[in-house]
Design a protein around this ligand. Structure first.
Ligand code: G3P
Length: 299
């Protein structure tokens, strides 16, 4: 599985690159905003060029517009301005640019088609359903980014697990329990520090998973699995980037199912390397080093 870092912070990108584990970078307007807040004495344009030179892997840059015309024109500007730096720019286009219910437009998918046809690689983003991923692949997207963490947020909220509050980002969503719920069994949900104990009736459970024009998805990781089944069945070349990842466990589940790419926040990449048993072992080894051994290690 390729590992992209989901950040626009140059220090994080350089650090991940220095570990030899980095295959690419994804940004979005929110991540660029965080980086801009810390920019000192350097233009954003130079800063983006620095990101592009740091890795040879694909770097996704997102358009800002929401109409077909704006997105296509911004994508061409971004590609022309930045791709010559290291030949690694990918343009992120939202699959659908509606901002509220009833505000139907199909500008995103149309822009994916046009840009892909002109040879600009597109990362089709904000994908929340398997059908959107199918449409993105049909329209020619090089990459598709399903937001698994936000799907977990959505399902947890609808299950009443959050008590109206946002679920902590690093808290793993118990998809095994949700899977049991999908089988329409009475489920006693996990008793835990921020979940609580709840019992749902069959009809409530059915409603929970019947959302977003795509009934039957029971977790963010399940969404990734569903898209992978579809892409494998029809040999689509579009690569899946598991996105909106919040935990190392989600990365492991994606790796186990053979997902092409995971784009991971830097703190989660750190979590993938840390293990308290490793630290415990390290401490014991250090304490056991004898002077005779230290002498051998000297030049
Ligand atoms: O790759 C998409 C990502 O940046 C969104 O993550 O945690 O804001 O849902 P998140």
């Amino acid at each position: 599985m390729k590992i992209f870092v989901d950040t626009a912070m140059i220090d994080e990108i350089k650090e991940a690159e220095s570990w030899g584990i980095l295959d690419g970078v994804t940004t979005n307007p929110s991540l660029i905003k965080k980086a801009v807040d810390k920019l000192e004495g350097v233009s954003l344009e130079d800063y983006i060029q620095d990101i592009l030179r740091t890795t040879d892997g694909p770097v996704s840059l997102e358009v800002a517009g929401s109409t077909y015309g704006d997105m296509v024109s911004e994508a061409k500007i971004l590609y022309k301005k930045f791709n010559p730096i290291n030949d690694n720019v990918v343009i992120k286009i939202p699959v659908n640019t509606c901002m509220k219910d009833g505000d139907d437009n199909f500008e995103g998918i149309k822009a994916v088609k046009t840009l892909s046809e002109t040879g600009i690689p597109v990362n089709c983003t904000l994908v929340m359903s398997s059908n959107q991923a199918l449409m993105a692949a049909k329209a020619g997207a090089a990459y598709v980014s399903p937001f698994l963490g936000r799907i977990d947020d959505h399902i947890r909220k609808n299950m009443g697990l959050t008590g109206g509050k946002d679920y902590p980002k690093g808290n793993h969503y118990p998809e095994e329990l949700a899977e049991r719920a999908r089988e329409y069994k009475l489920v006693e949900l996990m008793e835990g520090k921020d979940v609580g104990s709840m019992i749902y009736r069959d009809h409530d459970i059915m409603n929970i998973f019947d959302w977003g024009n795509d009934a039957g998805i029971y977790s963010g990781v399940d969404l990734i699995w569903s898209i992978k089944q579809i892409y494998d069945s029809y040999s689509f070349e579009t690569q899946i980037i598991a996105a909106s990842i919040r935990t190392a466990r989600q990365v492991r589940l994606c790796a186990e199912m053979g997902v092409d790419i995971a784009t991971i926040p830097f703190n989660v990449i750190e979590d993938m390397i840390i293990h308290y048993k490793t630290s415990e072992g390290m401490k014991a080894f250090c304490e056991d080093v004898v002077p005779e051994y230290m002498n051998i290690l000297k030049l």
